[in-house]
Design a protein around this ligand. Structure first.
Ligand code: NCD
Length: 310
């Protein structure tokens, strides 16, 4: 595997291989010195054209755990503000010598475009509304960690499906691993066509709430409320939010997940974030192990992984 651009490029065996390797890195993360020399001498550029907190920090931490060097680029502090194009930016970084480019960009397909301009491995860290493959892998890892397997699990993904790259990648990964996925949200926040998605769809959260193994809440993208996709945030919460009442009706062994950043009081109530069924912090923690596994698979094949520096 040279690039990680889409979950669609991974068959179930490849996904399982990444998750198994993530187990090894989760163990590394618990050592006194959580570092292995596997990618020493490799250079990883983080190119973020869109805001990010956890994804960027997570990739950076993963790279450091593998002893790689990192180069950070964010739009706010770069020559992009002087009008430099994506291509010029990539060629500049390429000229400095990098082995891997982790890219987040507002345009769907940007990571594919990058592969034409560089010899480095490219990892898609979110492209527009399209995909966010490492998020889907860490979500799958988190469900597997808590429930052993995704096979036959009933997963409801709730909220702004239409604009969500997380939902697109999650559906691909969850289905590949044998889960049954239901998308829940207002008509205005569902994609116009769901042909080929292989999911069930409903606008009624209460209809499915009592029969699910995982409740996956998406961020209500406040910046899009102006488009009048829902009448008001209060209305959104009343119909599709995880409120204290719904928390009571959620099965005792269900998992509550969210990719972050959360809008407390909109799609998720504060009580739910503290509930023992919530695994949102595990998602963040597992992100480092899963991204370490991806970096190792793309850049480190043939290198001894086990020897640490401790
Ligand atoms: C998501 C993203 O940026 O796609 N966040 C993340 O990576 N954890 C989801 C979101 O912004 O709503």
């Amino acid at each position: 595997m040279k690039h990680l651009l889409s979950v669609a490029d991974l068959d179930p065996t490849a996904i399982e291989e990444i998750l198994d390797l993530a187990d090894v890195f989760a163990e590394v993360g618990e050592r006194n010195i959580p570092k292995v020399p596997a990618l020493r001498g490799k250079s990883i550029a983080l190119l973020f054209w869109e805001d990010s907190t956890r994804t960027r920090l997570s990739f950076e931490t993963a790279a450091k755990r593998l002893s790689a060097d990192t180069m950070n680029f964010s739009v706010g502090s770069s020559s992009v503000n002087k009008g430099e194009s994506l291509r010029d930016t990539v060629e500049t970084i390429e000229a400095m010598g990098v082995d891997c480019i982790v890219v987040r960009h507002g345009s769907s397909g940007a990571p594919w475009q990058l592969t034409a301009w560089t010899d480095a491995s490219v990892i898609n860290a979110g492209d527009g509304w399209h995909e966010h493959p490492t998020q889907a892998l860490l979500d799958s890892y988190t469900i597997r960690q808590h429930r052993g397997s995704l096979k036959g699990r009933r997963i409801a993904i709730v909220g702004d499906i239409k604009h969500s790259r997380v939902a697109r990648s999650d559906v691909l990964a969850f289905r590949a691993l044998g889960a049954e996925v239901t998308l829940v949200g207002p008509h205005t926040l569902l994609p116009p066509s769901l042909d080929g998605w292989g999911v069930k769809v409903t606008t009624d959260l209460d209809e499915v709430l009592g029969e699910i193994d995982v409740l996956y809440l998406l961020r209500m993208q406040r910046e899009r409320i102006g488009d009048a996709v829902v009448p008001s945030l209060r209305e959104y919460t009343a119909h599709w939010g995880l409120t204290p009442e719904r928390l009571d009706r959620l099965p005792a062994d269900a998992l509550i997940m969210h990719p972050g950043p959360m809008n407390r009081g909109v799609e998720i109530c504060a009580e739910a974030t503290e509930d023992p069924r919530a695994v949102i912090v595990d998602q963040v923690r597992n992100g480092v192990a899963v991204r370490s596994a991806v970096l190792f698979l793309l850049l480190g094949s043939g290198i001894d992984l086990v020897g640490g520096e401790s």
